[in-house]
Write a protein that binds this ligand. Structure first.
Ligand code: ARG
Length: 572
């Protein structure tokens, strides 16, 4: 339990004992919310404003504060002092340190983990790339937010299913095959992968402007895919394979994995029953030859289900996918980590599921995020300034390598560390802000070893490791927690004690950036501690306590970085 909760509960108990008859007194939850951290440390670690009690007790706040302080008997937790209507708490610092350090010793790498999710499954739809298209910087957020949430939910005991809902269906694939048959070569595509396929696609559109009959040919090829024609299917499958091979290179670099690649085409044979069900439930209405679900009651445009030629669309596939996921995984939550531009699409799909009578529709969540710009410039395929993720990651590693060469020329495994630091810098930037905010990627910020960055946090982790390597063997010495009562140690301990709550909040809000924030704060607090105190000096019992605190910081930073998908090198 964290300190604020403990203090709030003890205060609530005291109130009950002091004024058993009075109604309208705040419960522990509310007290916790009212607890403040005084700006001046001389006023204590926490303060409870008694003004809230004036009304139910019909008394003045200073008197109430005095009564509460008079009745306080928990000196082992904190001593108290009434000041101007506030009840000020001064933590028993040594006990506080002992408590957290004991918990850390007991839980080890599982500190912050829990089993609260046991028996519950979370489906996560993330990355979900489109076949034959390049994997660019715009795909970074969906990939990394999804991957991080998966780790966070795993850590809290949930069963997770990571799904790459591939965009592998649509008329464009007919065009691709048409272009390939006319101008492509097997060797070229094998050699240059997605680049070669993109070039074919561009060529198709250029040629089709001159010769519109190509469009019909493209459609005819798509019809062949739909009809399972062997030649069409073979090429189509191969395109998919080449795309996934290219993508795997990027996923490997990022350390991202999936449990399922069931994409849009996977639902080909699963939509008919859904359409039938919509019809049976009286939800399907005709509109200009197409079939839609009317959502005017919900102030939304109709959800298109079947086009006038009878073809299904993106939304139809998402309906089938959601139902399939519920039937297969019995999910507790199904998260869609997709850009905010698709907000309407998901609201429509979830609403249609609800109208179909699926009560679990409320467990489908669109986890939206903002856009990425680069060095202040908006990126778009149309403008032709799109940055490929693969290139960005490679550049990050090269730049990290240069910095490491300069800062630590003697480091042994520079290439490996450069890889960890470069990739970490990119991921950290992506997960450093509230996900809905747009991100502006700047090299100098991402790779600033002294600022709030991935390298900074990784460097702090390596610093902890280095202190621990230098520590003499004090394994037999019982630590004296009185050595951790200074302000810097206490600030660090407080952040560490809140870490399990942060993970839970991050899961609640689907917000990995809360973990990023917490590891950064902990790294900063450790560095402050490191500059103010000589960890290895003094009595062995005191050194043992400071070494234990260093190890705690190391462990929590490592866990936090892991949860956002970043590696933690031990030497930098
Ligand atoms: N492939 C889509 C795109 O790139 C994203 C798919 C998201 N997932 C889903 N179930 N709709 O826009």
């Amino acid at each position: 339990m964290d300190m604020m909760t403990k203090i709030a509960e003890l205060t609530a108990e005291n109130m009950k004992a002091l004024w058993p008859e009075t109604e309208g007194l705040p419960a522990a939850d509310e007290i916790r919310g009212l607890l403040a951290v005084p700006p001046d440390p001389a006023l204590g670690d926490y303060a409870f404003p008694c003004f809230r009690l004036a009304k139910p007790l019909r008394s003045a706040p200073p008197k109430i504060a005095e009564a509460l302080c008079g009745a306080w008997q928990h000196e082992e937790t904190a001593s108290v002092q009434p000041v101007n209507g506030y009840m000020n708490f001064f933590l028993n610092r040594a006990n506080f340190a002992a408590e957290i350090m004991d918990e850390l010793t007991e839980k080890g790498d599982r500190f912050g983990a829990s089993d609260e999710g046991n028996g519950k499954t979370v489906c996560l739809d993330y990355s979900s790339i489109n076949i034959c298209k390049r994997f660019h910087i715009g795909h970074l957020s969906t990939t990394m937010i999804g991957h991080s949430l998966k780790r966070i939910f795993d850590f809290l005991g949930y069963t997770t299913v990571g799904i790459n809902h591939l965009g592998d269906w649509g008329t464009q694939f007919g065009k691709m095959i048409c272009a390939y048959k006319k101008w492509g070569s097997k060797e070229e595509v094998e050699k240059n992968g997605i680049d070669a396929m993109s070039a074919l696609y561009v060529r198709f559109h250029q040629e089709a402007e001159k010769d519109p009959s190509l469009e019909d040919e493209g459609r005819a090829w798509f019809k062949k895919i739909e009809d399972n024609d062997p030649e069409a299917m073979e090429i189509f499958r191969w395109f998919k394979e080449v795309t996934l091979r290219d993508a795997a290179r990027v996923y490997d670099k990022l350390g991202v994995t999936f449990d399922s690649y069931a994409g849009e085409s996977f639902y080909n044979d699963k939509m008919e029953p859904v359409v039938q069900e919509l019809r049976d439930k009286g939800l399907l209405v005709e509109s200009q030859g197409a079939w839609v679900v009317d959502l005017s009651e919900d102030n939304m445009p109709p959800c298109l289900i079947l086009k006038s030629d009878g073809a299904t669309i993106y939304a139809t596939r998402d309906l089938a996918a959601a139902i399939y996921r519920q039937n297969t995984y019995h999910f507790w939550k199904c998260l869609y980590v997709v850009a905010y531009q698709q907000d309407l699409h998901f609201r429509q799909v979830f609403r249609v599921l609800e109208k179909m009578g699926y009560s679990w529709a409320k467990d489908c969540v669109h986890v939206a995020f903002g856009m990425v710009s680069f060095e202040g410039e908006a990126l778009s395929t149309r403008k032709g300034n799109m940055i490929l993720l693969d290139d960005l990651l490679d550049q990050a590693v090269v730049k990290a390598r240069e910095i490491i060469e300069e800062k630590s020329p003697g480091l042994e495994n520079k290439d490996e560390v450069a890889r960890q630091v470069g990739i970490g810098a990119v991921i950290y930037t992506d997960l450093s802000n509230n996900r809905i905010k747009d991100i502006d990627f700047h090299w100098d910020r991402a790779l600033n070893f002294d600022g709030e960055s991935g390298p900074y946090v990784q460097y702090t982790h390596a610093r902890c490791c280095s202190v621990l390597r230098k520590a003499p063997d004090i394994s037999g010495v019982a630590p004296d927690w009185n050595a951790l009562t200074d302000d810097e140690a206490q600030a660090l301990l407080r952040l560490i004690s809140r870490f399990p709550d942060v993970i839970r909040d991050a899961a609640d809000k689907y917000e990995p950036s809360m973990v990023t924030r917490a590891v950064t704060d902990i790294a900063q607090a450790f560095n402050k501690y490191y500059y103010e105190h000589r960890i290895l000096d003094g009595e062995p019992a005191q050194a043992a306590a400071r070494v234990a605190l260093t190890d705690a910081a190391r462990r929590v930073i490592k866990t936090g970085l892991y949860l956002i998908g970043i590696e933690a090198p031990e030497r930098m």
